[in-house]
Design a protein around this ligand. Structure first.
Ligand code: ZN
Length: 194
């Protein structure tokens, strides 16, 4: 069970899905593959939010729009999801909906506070990412994270698990991996499948 990212925007005026057709198209041109689409629904990357929860973000005379993100949350204490994708989404949303309010938070795990995702907050999170990347999250799991050093990035590789072998290690920076096949044999190389 992971913490999923939630992005909502609050826009002045009472809008329908038809009113945001153009913005949905443009946003989809950039991020369609990063948003959730059910086969039973129209493939929308921006959805007018008519549900009866998340009401704390609603305001009379405004419309709440959901970006149905596919990824995990990234924040201080949960350094997991693709933060820079969310930052890029926010940049485009501000062009599509000038003066909108953007909210970014997690769906569980104590990350539910409806924080505004304005430029100052984005800067703070980018700074955090610049210092830590995904390190705190990935090294929180037990494993021998310094058994191998990545030859490209010169950093202790993360043990992701075993995959039926003795140990499986990878580098988040470049994708280098080490598979321990037996006590004396190992495979090394780039692996983009992990
Ligand atoms: Zn590396």
């Amino acid at each position: 069970m992971g913490v999923d990212a939630e992005i909502f925007i609050k826009v002045k005026g009472e809008l329908t899905q038809k009113d945001i057709q153009k913005q949905n198209y443009i946003f989809g041109c950039a991020f369609h593959q990063y948003t959730w689409h059910s086969k039973d629904e129209p493939a929308l990357s921006l959805k007018i939010w008519n549900e009866n929860y998340f009401n704390d973000m609603k305001e009379p005379g405004h419309t709440l729009i959901q970006v149905p993100t596919l990824g995990r949350y990234y924040g201080e204490g949960y350094e997991r999801g693709p933060l820079m994708t969310y930052v890029a989404m926010a940049e485009l949303l501000e062009h599509l909906f000038p003066n909108c309010t953007i909210f970014y938070f997690g769906d569980s795990g104590g990350c539910e506070s409806r924080k505004e995702f304005h430029s100052v907050r984005r800067y703070e999170l980018i700074e955090h990412f610049a210092n830590w990347g995904h390190e705190p999250y990935e090294r929180a799991f037990s494993g021998q994270h310094h058994k191998y050093i990545c030859p490209n990035c010169n950093i202790g590789m993360i043990q992701n698990g075993f995959k039926g072998r003795l140990g499986y290690f990878s580098c988040s920076g470049c994708g280098w991996h080490v598979n321990e096949i037996s006590a004396t044999e190992k495979q090394e190389g780039f692996d983009i499948k992990w």
